[in-house]
Design a protein around this ligand. Structure first.
Ligand SMILES: [Zn+2]
Length: 448
């Protein structure tokens, strides 16, 4: 099969650039109002849509029940919709009444309820992103980079819906990829599974953190396809975006905020399940309790190897710390109900993080990213900064990680970055060829 590959995995990444057609970057964009309309997440009549039981954390995190979430989207069997196509042969029981909540979810055993749960996790996080874009367009009318990225996002997700495999292939990994085949572009997410001892199989599809990380790659690639290039800067930003997408999705859910506040007594620098990424995976593969990665591990540039995956941890760690600092500052200054304050501060920071995604160039240094993010907030005391000194908070937290937000560039040279690039990091996966073939065949069967 002739194809061009583009892959971003949870652990490591391979990338071969596809030829992006320049005409996707349209100069004649729809109006702001049309762009806002194209992002609508409530597309059906009241009384329609579906209800899905969604797993919110993996089984290593105790006392987090799954949650029943309503989605107004029109769904067909899989579940699939106009932006997501379910790739596996075994699907959720199709429900005429749209109620997908009646079946039980199990640990380390993949059942049809997982199909619905994975769909729900992806749909929820995507809706969050789309609603953020809508808010940004309303607040910043006529802003070209924002309009371009929004147009590109709706174009990519509707013309190349994400084909997702929940039982993708046997590997201790998961990946997102885009490839061109016979003139068409395909976008695909493959969730791996692996044996843990003779009796147990662990599924990455049962790890919402991993789903939201891979979806983060998919969102970034849809909105900013030019960021999928082989520079270390783009690679580190992409990886950090995956983890921050998992972080922000979790923080947007009230029951998760209640639990993390309760677990830590409001001190979010205590060990907690929102900072820890993929706990079940980390426990089985690395034999550690704080997940595969810990966003609150406070690594600085000088602490990590100059490899793209290590560097991304510095950036996602800064974003975590900014969220904690904004929340703590608000509580000290104004007080309030902790879970609600955390919701308010994190959702503002999330929106402007989305805004930043639309604004940075295709090989952004950490300094560029920080300065762009910082400039999106009003001065201290202003309404669009929730009355907080967010510009100072952002500068301080970046500085703690050796990144000074002044006119100079990153203090380390990106040309000095060592080790694997996106191109060499991933050894290739055994079933990638057959997954491509399945995706192509499945898409063909849908359009027949
Ligand atoms: Zn990744």
């Amino acid at each position: 099969m002739k194809k061009q590959l583009l892959i971003a995995t949870f652990l490591s990444t391979t990338i071969v650039l596809p030829s992006l057609s320049k005409d996707l970057w349209s100069s004649a964009l729809p109006s702001d109002a049309d762009l806002i309309e194209s992002l609508r997440t409530n597309t059906t009549d009241p009384g329609k849509g579906i209800k899905v039981k969604v797993r919110l954390q993996d089984s290593h995190v105790k006392h987090i029940p799954s949650e029943k979430i309503y989605f107004p989207q029109t769904v067909f069997e899989g579940p699939s919709d106009f932006q997501f196509i379910y790739g596996d042969d075994s699907r959720a029981f199709y429900r005429e009444d749209g109620n997908y909540t009646t079946k039980r979810l199990y640990t380390d055993r993949l059942v049809k309820a997982d199909s619905a749960s994975v769909y729900g996790a992806l749909r929820y996080s995507s809706n969050l992103f789309q609603e953020d874009l809508r808010t940004l367009l309303r607040v910043n009318p006529g802003q070209e980079p924002l309009r371009q990225a929004t147009y590109q996002y709706t174009h990519s997700t509707t013309t190349s819906p994400l084909i997702y495999y929940i039982k993708g292939e046997e590997m201790q990994n998961a990946y997102y990829t885009r490839f061109d085949y016979e003139g068409e572009t395909y976008r695909m997410m493959v969730m791996g599974y692996y044996k843990d001892g003779p009796w147990k199989t662990i599924y990455t599809a049962q790890h919402p953190d991993i789903l939201w990380h891979e979806l983060g790659h998919s969102i970034v690639d849809a909105a900013r396809p030019d960021l999928f290039n082989d520079t270390y800067q783009a690679g580190a930003f992409h990886e950090a975006w995956g983890d921050t997408n998992a972080l922000y999705t979790a923080l947007s859910i009230p029951s998760m905020r209640r639990k993390v506040i309760g677990d830590t007594r409001g001190d979010l620098h205590q060990e907690n399940f929102i900072a820890h990424m993929a706990e079940r995976f980390g426990a089985s593969v690395l034999r550690q309790d704080n997940g595969l990665r810990d966003l609150d591990d406070d690594v600085r540039v000088s602490d990590v190897s100059k490899q793209v995956h290590d560097l991304s941890r510095v950036l996602s760690g800064v974003i975590y710390d900014i969220n904690v600092s904004a929340y703590e500052t608000y509580m000290k200054k104004f007080g309030g109900i902790a879970t609600e304050v955390l919701g308010q501060t994190s959702s503002l920071l999330r929106q402007e993080w989305v805004h930043t995604l639309t604004q940075v160039d295709a090989a952004p240094s950490f300094t560029d990213i920080g300065r762009t993010f910082q400039a999106n907030f009003g001065a201290e005391g202003s309404k669009d900064a929730l009355g907080l000194p967010l510009q100072s908070i952002i500068a301080e937290e970046f500085a703690k990680k050796d990144i000074v937000l002044d006119e100079t560039d990153d203090s380390w040279g990106w040309d000095q970055v060592e080790g694997v690039t996106w191109q060499s990091a991933h050894g290739g996966s055994v079933k990638m060829e057959s997954n491509f073939a399945r995706a192509v065949a499945y898409k063909a069967s849908k359009s027949e």
